[in-house]
Design a protein around this ligand. Structure first.
Ligand SMILES: Cc1ncc(COP(=O)(O)O)c(C=O)c1O
Length: 433
């Protein structure tokens, strides 16, 4: 039996060695960051900040302090906070109808489905409440395709090191990360992982049981790692050769984040199935699984379902997000602002190489590859009232709203420079001791 239990030992060897410089940062995490003492599960290490309201790219605490939000709720607040068009779409719908279930027609759902299909490779859409559910639907769609084609034995899916596809049992198995699998019993069967961007290994991993290849065109939580265009093209070819389905996870990199509606458009490669979430709801929980008619052939009446997915509130907001993102010139402006931010960040990295090694990513999905521990860089930026999000590979993610202004980008660069300078001085002082 392959792959049923997590290979704990093998995974442990992957743990990165800490460079000597990092010993400077070895001080204990304050108690308050470990146990909140509240009635909530202790699953999150929360910053000691509570926000009262948001205005565009800004978040305001209960004490009235203003923070520049370059974390964007982890790529969710695509149009910032309290965007007037989203607020009116949600409140108008809230006054009319919240929920009816998928036992009835939901006009907003048909409309959003058609708009997504018109704008992409897809013919069919299934709405969910989250990214992980969109991935679950994508995985089930791929497996059912082979099942109805008479090949129930083809259920395995090839994934890539550093991937993150969610926290359900199947999506942690797809992600393959030990830290998310540990303690949750046998790993869901059917995922074969190869190295990041190792397309030769992906080819070798294809067997008569393989159903699909699943990949994030730009890895988010794995450390803002874009997959090269050539690699996506090769994966498309492999899928053609072996009758596999190509599944893209654009939960984080989709909905304008890279300056195109979907990141794969840069490569000119289309998937058969795609999972979307985060930015499409702009903060309201919405996800979607998109597929071609052919790939969705197995998803017939009764084989899959959801209580809340695609409800009228979510659809009102999803349609409103598309109204803005699909406006003429909106995505071109995202590309222009992204360049401004990336060039500015490159300047900061040049100034403080002991803090920031490199700038990664594309569009408004950028990563500071840190020389100091990313958690410390994050704290230094937070001290400057700038919010960012740590990721794997010692990267700090910058995921501002797509509506961020030039002035806010300049303000953020000033704050990042100030944070980096403070950390650089602290490193120098500690090294001199
Ligand atoms: C690429 C990717 N896929 C899937 C997910 C899971 O989405 P959710 O947390 O909405 O279930 C995430 C969340 O960060 C993600 O970044």
């Amino acid at each position: 039996m392959r792959d049923v239990f997590v290979d704990f030992m093998a995974e442990k060897h992957d743990k990165p060695q800490r460079p000597p410089l990092w010993r400077l940062f070895d001080f204990p995490v304050p108690e308050t960051h470990i146990m909140s003492g509240s009635a909530l599960f202790e699953t999150f290490t929360r910053a000691p900040l509570a926000f009262d309201h948001g205005e565009g790219t800004w978040l305001v605490t209960d004490k009235g302090e203003r923070y520049l939000d370059f974390g964007g709720g982890v790529a969710v607040n695509s149009l910032g906070h309290s965007h007037p068009h989203l607020v009116s779409a949600l409140t108008e719908q809230a006054a009319k109808l919240w929920h009816v279930s998928n036992l009835y027609e939901i006009p907003g759902q048909s409309r959003l489905g058609e708009r997504l299909a018109d704008a992409t490779f897809a013919d069919k859409v299934f709405f969910t409440n989250s990214g992980a559910e969109a991935l679950e639907c994508a995985i089930k769609t791929a497996r059912r395709y082979h099942f109805v084609k008479g090949h129930p034995e083809r259920f395995r899916i090839i994934t890539f090191e550093g991937a993150f596809h969610g926290r359900t049992l199947a999506t942690i198995a797809a992600g393959g990360q030990y830290k998310y699998l540990e303690g949750f019993g046998p790993k869901v069967e059917g995922f074969d992982q190869v190295g990041f961007d190792d397309i030769d290994a992906a080819e070798k991993a294809i067997t008569s049981e393989t159903a699909a290849i699943l990949i994030e065109p730009v890895q988010g939580e794995g450390g803002i790692r874009p997959v090269p265009t050539q690699s996506l093209k090769r994966l498309r070819q492999l899928c053609e050769q072996h009758d596999l389905l190509l599944v893209f996870d654009e939960v984080q990199c989709g909905i304008g984040r890279t300056g195109k509606l979907f990141a794969h458009e840069w490569a000119g490669v289309t998937p058969d199935i795609m999972a979307v979430a985060k930015g499409i709801g702009g903060g309201f929980p919405v996800g979607a699984c998109l597929a071609t008619d052919e790939a969705a052939v197995g998803m017939t009446a009764g084989v899959h379902g959801t209580t809340f997915g695609g409800n009228p509130l979510a659809m009102a907001v999803g349609n409103a997000v598309l109204d803005v993102v699909l406006e003429d010139g909106f995505l071109e402006d995202v590309q222009r602002k992204a360049l401004l931010l990336k060039q500015g960040l490159a300047g900061v990295a040049d100034e403080f190489p002991d803090v920031i090694e490199d700038i990664r990513g594309t569009g408004l999905m950028l990563g500071l590859k840190c020389a100091a521990p990313n958690t410390k860089v994050n704290m230094a930026l937070r001290d400057q009232h700038l919010l960012a999000v740590p990721a794997g590979d010692n990267v700090l993610r910058l995921l501002p709203p797509l509506t961020v202004t030039d002035a806010e980008i300049h303000e953020a660069l000033d704050r990042i420079r100030a944070g980096a300078r403070g950390l650089s001085d602290a490193i120098a002082a500690a090294a001199a001791k």
